[in-house]
Design a protein around this ligand. Structure first.
Ligand SMILES: [Zn+2]
Length: 272
């Protein structure tokens, strides 16, 4: 049974992105000339998460995240024109999301959900790939077109515009998020990035298999709207088969995975 209204795993932008659209489209919204569109959007989401007190500024959990993030960045950074930055955020649902501009957010609960280093690395590689592919910008542009068509030019500058757009967006992000093609493309690029960073790209496959095995009562948001796990696993396996020079060296056996050391009940200080 699937609940199609809840948030997609590794898929949707945070709902705080709504606030971002509101501020970007509000009349007289301040534009910082030094920031390009992608950075501007990334900054709006960051401000929103900060205002909600979600961003972890210091915690022993960073000792787990940072070495993986650093290795992935060395591989991914040449493919994107703004610096990647990684933040832990305090959310009960295991999740990760990347915004335009280079910020990547990993929820603290994800560190406790993944079963090994490769699964966490795979998640991070998948997210930076959304950024490399400019997927959130594509989503925004799509939404702008729909809005222009539906609302017409006459009220585009009115104060209701941002509100109406936000309502439309909530539905869109919740029900659709990124397209299936965008998700699969992020998986494949993510596996390339992971392999180049020295992490077994089978981690993503193991993660999807964990989703299917997870206890729904414990992690309802994870599986509820992820009907495509098998499709994504199949696409990854095909990609591995077709590129043996990159992938043949990696083991598909989860028993070879590196354990992930995560401090229990780690304290967290929040950015205010
Ligand atoms: Zn995704």
């Amino acid at each position: 049974m699937r609940n199609t209204t809840s948030r997609r795993w590794l898929t949707a932008l945070p709902l705080s992105a709504i606030a971002l659209f509101a501020s970007l489209t509000a009349p007289g919204a301040a534009q910082d000339a030094r920031l390009d569109d992608e950075q501007q959007i990334g900054q709006e989401v960051f401000n929103e998460l900060k205002a909600k007190g979600e961003i972890v500024v210091s915690s022993p959990l960073y000792d787990t995240l940072t070495p993986i993030a650093a290795a992935v960045t060395r591989t991914a950074q040449p493919r994107y024109n703004h610096p990647f930055k990684f933040y832990l955020v305090h959310e009960s649902a295991p999740n990760a999301f990347a915004t335009a501009g280079g910020n990547v957010y990993v929820t603290d609960s994800l560190l406790y959900f993944v079963k090994n280093t490769e699964e966490l690395a795979g998640t991070i590689c998948h997210e930076v790939s959304h950024t490399i592919h400019h997927d959130s910008m594509t989503l925004i542009e799509k939404e702008r077109k729909v809005e222009r068509r539906e609302l017409g030019a006459a009220i585009l500058l009115g104060p209701t515009r941002a509100h109406i757009l936000a309502i439309a967006l909530i539905g869109k992000l919740r029900s659709l998020g990124y397209s299936r093609d965008a998700e699969s493309a992020a998986d494949l690029t993510g596996s390339d990035v992971c392999a180049a960073s020295g992490y077994d790209p089978w981690g993503l496959v193991w993660l999807f298999q964990d989703f299917d095995a997870a206890d729904l009562t414990q992690v309802p948001q994870l599986l509820s709207d992820h009907p495509d796990n098998q499709h994504r696993v199949d696409a990854l396996k095909k990609h591995f088969r077709e590129n043996p020079s990159v992938f043949a060296a990696f083991s598909s056996d989860v028993k070879t995975a590196k354990p992930l050391v995560v401090p229990q009940n780690a304290p967290e200080a929040f950015l205010r």
